[in-house]
Ligand binder design. Structure first.
Ligand code: GLU
Length: 465
């Protein structure tokens, strides 16, 4: 009977949550959700030099923002040291691992000899116990490492969910060090014990780990563990076809939050980055979950496309309620020096959201309504000419009693244009200059509606004085 699906995201906390990591997390999460399984977060913090609590927090924050909820964890490898040591000890007792006293200097010498003979450097198994082999006496002054007894013959094969069948000869693999002289377990070993203990059924991770997989499979077999299925996700390339890096712009997920992308857009974008469902480009989280299948993850690298992300973000901004947008954009306007005392923000954003790719752009555009108002004398001199003043005065007079909503305001403007034989820009531009100190705004009738009758009248009257 198939085991219940259990997937994991296992980041090393050495920086921020980057786009590749977030995509791996998303695929693992979506796979678990699709099959009613469990998604586990495991922090691989055994590299004590490079791991930091700030990086752990950055990963958790990124996952929270993307709403990638985990069902178990976070587990921390540093808190599982006793368990790894216990497994190492058991493997020594069972003969699945052995003590190796080869010193670093001896290993160097061995490698030099092997290279001189044109061979690939590898440990030669000198401390590996074999039937009938006589080992040297352990030197008293050398602290041994523990090595895994890798099978000598045969191939390690797996049917990668993404890349298809992969086969590596055991001749390529030497006896991996699983514990260092001070007893600390090594990276590949901890991953195996964790995947085993945590009952992981599907390991979805970056294809920079393909080389680790045959070693991990051998160790898992030695432990008597049921093997997970593996899926190695190809890397993300920048627009220039080279591996995505800081050179291409932001690679930290949280930086996209700062730049004003919505998490929905990011999820949709990351999901399409190497995975597809027919030709669907826009889909909800629920659709993603109901469609997700690791077999449709592409086996060739995906290319980062900032324009497509912006297009998706524009789509999700348009879909988002004005009230939620106001919550998200308000603080940005204040940060830009605006004051929210003006017209209701939700109404302003309704006017602007169609044209914004990010919340940052939306805030910039909305600032027009919230920056301190002052008439620009040069613009007034240029646009509020004597020929248009009577029309402005008439507009102000009739605006007192017109119903204050877009259509009626639009009709009033048209009537004034007809009465004074003016064309739209001849009145619209002076009005814009008057009410917002700019020649360009979204549709004028809507802008006037949002600004409110009192503000509009006060501003028009002030230029007519
Ligand atoms: N800790 C590894 C990384 O951040 C992932 C290991 C794994 O998924 O097996 O690249």
């Amino acid at each position: 009977m198939a085991r219940p699906v259990r997937t994991r995201f296992a980041p090393s906390p050495t920086g921020y949550l980057h786009l590749g990591g977030a995509r791996t997390a998303l695929f693992s999460w979506a796979y678990a959700r699709r099959f009613g399984g469990t998604f586990i977060l495991r922090i691989e913090d055994t590299d004590v030099e490079r791991s930091t609590p700030a990086a752990v927090e950055a990963i958790l924050e990124g996952m929270r923002w993307l709403d990638l909820e985990y069902d178990e964890g976070p587990y921390y490898q540093m808190q599982r040291m006793d368990r790894y040591r216990q497994v190492v000890d058991q493997m020594l007792v069972d003969g699945r691992a052995y003590l190796c006293y080869t010193t670093p200097a001896e290993l160097d010498a061995l490698r030099t000899e092997q290279r001189a003979r044109g061979e690939k450097p590898r440990y030669d198994g000198r401390w590996r116990p074999e039937h009938g082999k006589i080992l040297s006496n352990p030197p008293a002054d050398v602290k041994p490492v523990v090595r895994f007894r890798n099978p000598l013959e045969g191939d390690v094969q797996w049917d990668d969910i993404i890349k298809g069948p992969i086969s590596i000869s055991n001749h390529e693999l030497d006896d991996l060090i699983i514990a260092r002289p001070d007893g600390t377990p090594t990276y590949n070993f901890c991953v195996c014990v964790d995947d085993w203990d945590m009952g992981i059924t599907h390991v979805i991770r970056g294809d920079d780990h393909v080389n680790n997989t045959p070693r991990q499979i051998n160790i898992l077999r030695a432990l008597g563990a049921e093997l997970p299925l593996y899926g190695h996700v190809p890397m993300i390339l920048g627009p220039d076809g080279v591996k995505l890096s800081k050179r291409h712009g932001a690679v930290s997920v949280m930086q996209y939050k700062e730049e004003g992308y919505l998490p929905e857009a990011m999820i949709n974008y990351l999901a399409r980055l190497g995975w597809s469902h027919g030709d669907a480009e826009i889909f909800s989280r629920e659709e993603l979950v109901s469609w997700f299948d690791a077999r449709h993850i592409s086996h060739s690298p995906a290319q980062w496309d900032p324009k497509k992300l912006a297009w998706l973000d524009n789509h999700y901004i348009k879909q988002t309620s004005n009230a939620r947008l106001a919550e998200l954009v308000g603080p940005r306007i204040v940060a830009l020096g605006g004051s929210l005392g003006g017209p209701p923000l939700a109404g302003v954003l309704a006017l602007l959201k169609d044209r914004a790719d990010t919340l940052a752009q939306l805030a910039e555009a909305a600032l027009l309504f919230y920056r301190p108002y002052h008439l620009d004398a040069t613009l007034v001199a240029e646009h509020v000419t004597d020929s248009v003043r009577p029309a402005l005065a008439q507009f102000a007079a009739r605006a007192e009693s017109v119903q204050w909503e877009r259509a009626a305001i639009g009709a009033l403007i048209k009537e004034v244009l007809a009465e004074f034989s003016l064309k739209m820009p001849q009145l619209a531009v002076p009005l814009r200059v008057t009410v917002l100190s700019t020649t360009q705004t979204p549709s004028l009738d809507s802008v006037l509606e949002v600004l409110g009758r009192q503000t509009v009248l006060a501003r028009v009257r002030s230029v007519l004085k």
